[in-house]
Write a protein that binds this ligand. Structure first.
Ligand SMILES: Nc1ncnc2c1ncn2[C@@H]1O[C@H](COP(=O)(O)OP(=O)(O)OP(=O)(O)O)[C@@H](O)[C@H]1O
Length: 594
């Protein structure tokens, strides 16, 4: 057994024991119950011989044996099934919970943004249910193995020659393992198109997409792409199933030949007086089960392969989480306040798994207490700078210094606790309206006055009073008494959330006001920047990403990003005087408003 399988198997067993040790112990009842069938066949033979020979002692002993085996079989399967079902449910939930915790607490974004990791996570999500069945597979594999062992002993006792029947059933093992490999390859091949199919199906039911789907008349196009993606996803699975059916049929035919030979041999022995009638009965009863007794372990082990693959993916996620967490080392606390500010020193960055530079050789000083605006065309690298500053990723080359300390050396959780942010793709937390804002500073989740103050700063005091029960209104139309908000209202709450924390060192506004009109956005940031500069001694830095130059022009520092490089930086007047890229972009926008 490869080491990997052993690790996966012990992980599942350990999880079961951790979740419920007594029920885990109870699962051994089922394999013990599996011994009852071959014993039943044996006692049946004893009873038959007792009847034929008029031997009351054998008759009674055989009868008692039958009674005990039947009783134990039913009791053990009844009790053990109850135990197994309950334990499987508990283990399934424990593993689901573990996956949720691992994905939610991973320190970076790589697992969401890298196609190869996405694929693994998708497979894990798809097969998450299988993990709940893990215990079933392990127990049924052990049950089948114990049953097969019992059958083997009874066959050998009948006549060693009859044991050869097992040879005819043994191809089940390689066949099951080949079939399992076909299945695994088919699953891997269908993962990408299946993900595409799910995405397309989501588009047909998604409320957000509904408008554009109708305006552009995309329904037929999306449906036909869905059909194509679905067919592509199913094709490898169907091919694998067809091959499995064919090999399964050949395997059964070969066993039928073995069965005929084994039973024929015992009958021949009987005609020679070398086998009793009871042995003939035992042979027929036990031999006809050999195929199932071997198929059982073969397929349970193959089924276990599926479970182990799913467990392997979970272990991959655990290893990955451990590795990422170790890589994101740093045990220094976040600074209490900023005095020098943040320095980029020769920072270059390539998204993992890609070949091109998203940022190249960025050297820049953002002074403490400043409002810095990042401008540049789409794809220039502005959001990437924000991701590096918030430690979603580490620079590929160079370093970022926070008051002279390498950001890598600062504990990521401590650093994040001193950040705040509002993004263009803000999250619609469907909680009570005030909590949707309050989550911006968890310790003050239910602090109504803190929420009101944050909304005041965000210029969003009009949102809560307009709701049926104010801040206590459940958001999200799919919940009882839940209401939905306009995009602008959602965005205002997201802004409020970004302004909840009392003493952030860095606040990011990455185009969070796209749904607000330009003058409102301008007024909001003027007010915010004013308060931020005068009201804090923490040296707070505000990083603003905006395409609106009317908002950008009042920043203390404007950084022009172009094709991953910082082309120029300075105040608005300085940059205009240079007549460079900024001046060109600014004039273009100013002219378009005329
Ligand atoms: N997760 C990712 N994986 C690989 N490449 C990425 C990823 N995110 C962004 N990129 C690439 O990095 C470059 C910079 O992207 P970034 O999102 O930083 O641009 P931006 O200036 O914020 O653009 P926009 O104004 O459109 O938001 C682009 O070429 C983009 O394609």
């Amino acid at each position: 057994m490869p080491r990997r399988w052993w690790r996966e198997l012990t992980f599942l067993v350990r999880t079961a024991i951790r979740v419920d040790p007594w029920r885990s112990l109870g699962t051994v009842l089922e394999p013990l119950g599996a011994l009852m069938y071959p014993l039943f066949g044996w006692f049946l033979g004893v009873v038959a011989n007792g009847v034929l020979e008029g031997d009351t002692t054998r008759l009674v002993a055989g009868g008692l044996g039958l009674l005990v085996t039947v009783a134990l079989h039913y009791v053990s399967s009844f009790v053990a099934t109850g135990i197994r079902v309950r334990l499987a449910e508990q283990v399934g939930f424990a593993l689901d919970r573990e996956i949720a915790e691992l994905t939610a607490t991973l320190p970076g974004l790589e697992h969401h943004e890298r196609a190869d990791y996405q694929e693994r996570l998708e497979l894990l999500r798809q097969h998450q249910g299988i993990l709940g069945q893990a215990l079933n597979s392990i127990v049924s594999a052990s049950t089948a193995l114990v049953g097969a062992l019992g059958t083997g002993v009874v066959l050998a006792l009948l006549h060693p020659f009859v044991l050869l029947l097992v040879l005819f059933a043994l191809p089940a093992f390689p066949i099951a393992s080949i079939q399992q490999r076909w299945q695994a390859a088919a699953e891997a091949e269908s993962a990408a198109p299946a993900r595409l199919a799910r995405h397309l199906r989501h588009l047909t039911t998604d409320r957000e997409a509904a408008m554009e789907m109708r305006v552009f008349g995309l329904q037929r196009e999306i449906l036909s792409r869905l059909d194509a993606a679905w067919a592509t996803a199913r094709r490898p699975l169907h091919r694998a199933t067809a091959k499995e059916t064919l090999t399964g049929t050949l395997r059964s035919l070969s066993f039928a030949i073995g069965f005929a030979l084994a039973v024929g041999f015992v009958l021949w022995q009987a005609t020679r007086g070398a086998a009793s009638a009871g042995e003939v009965i035992t042979a027929v009863i036990v031999c006809q089960r050999v195929q199932n007794q071997v198929l059982g372990p073969a397929y349970s082990i193959a089924g276990l392969g599926r479970v182990l693959r799913a467990a392997g993916r979970l272990l991959w996620l655990k290893d990955y989480a451990r590795e990422v967490t170790a890589r994101r080392r740093g045990d220094q606390p976040a600074p209490e306040r900023l005095s020098d500010g943040i320095r980029f020193e020769g920072v270059s960055f390539r998204y993992p798994g890609t070949g091109s530079w998203a940022l190249r050789d960025v050297t820049l000083h953002i002074p403490a207490g400043s409002v810095v605006a990042l401008v540049g065309e789409n794809g220039a690298g502005k959001t990437t700078l924000v991701k590096l500053l918030s430690r979603m990723y580490e620079p590929t080359e160079g370093r970022i210094l926070v008051d002279g300390v390498d950001l890598r050396d600062i504990d990521p959780l401590a650093w994040r606790a001193r950040l705040s942010a509002a993004f263009q793709d803000f999250t619609r937390f469907e909680f009570l309206a005030r909590q949707t804002v309050g989550v911006g500073d968890l310790p003050r989740l239910d602090d109504v006055s803190a929420v009101e103050a944050a909304l005041e700063r965000a210029g969003a005091t009009d949102v809560l009073p307009a709701l049926p029960t104010g801040g206590d209104t459940q958001l999200g139309a799919s919940w009882p008494d839940g209401v939905d908000l306009s995009t602008g209202q959602w965005q205002k709450l997201a802004l409020g959330r970004a302004l909840m924390r009392d003493r952030p060192l860095v606040v990011f506004f990455d185009e969070p006001t796209a749904s607000l009109d330009a003058p409102t956005e301008h007024a909001l940031f003027e007010r915010y920047a004013e308060a931020s500069r005068s009201g804090t001694e923490d040296g707070r830095i505000t990083v603003l990403v905006s395409h609106r130059f009317s908002t950008v022009r009042s920043a203390d520092l404007i950084v022009v990003v172009d094709d991953g490089r910082v082309r120029e930086w300075g105040r608005h007047d300085e940059l205009m005087a240079r007549s460079g890229l900024y001046a060109e972009l600014y004039s273009l926008q100013a002219n378009s408003y005329r």
